[in-house]
Write a new protein. Sequence first.
Length: 150
Amino acid sequence: MSELIRHNGIVTDADAQTVHVRIVQAGACASCKAKAMCTSAENQEKTIECQADGVQYHTGEKVEVMVEERLGWKAVWLAYILPFFIMILSLFVLNRLVHDEAVTGLVALCAAALYFALLALAGKRLQQTFSFHIRPLGQGTPVPTDTKKE
């Protein structure tokens, strides 16, 4: 079984197929002793759409959201690393072909924009790949020992 990334959250909206869960993503401040005095804005609220998996959830219910860690790395790769390499490769190739830096930079930005447009068109397919699962908290369900909590 692969490692899981887990977050506790609260159901904000639910129907038969999907459940919307609000989580607070804490930064590195969680273990800091001065966090009460700090004005850092590292805590971010996010709403995640999860599959109901045949369970009926109610607004306000406390749940645990889970996703496989490997999917987290795949998302980082698709959102940050791959477009970075596309831009760098475009810059190097175009700099050799077109000796105008403005055109080279503009085309490299357009290449990244095209990549993100194609990523947006593949949204439904990606949504199936990156599915979050939830379970109600407080039901005594055992937590696997090979999990990672963030």
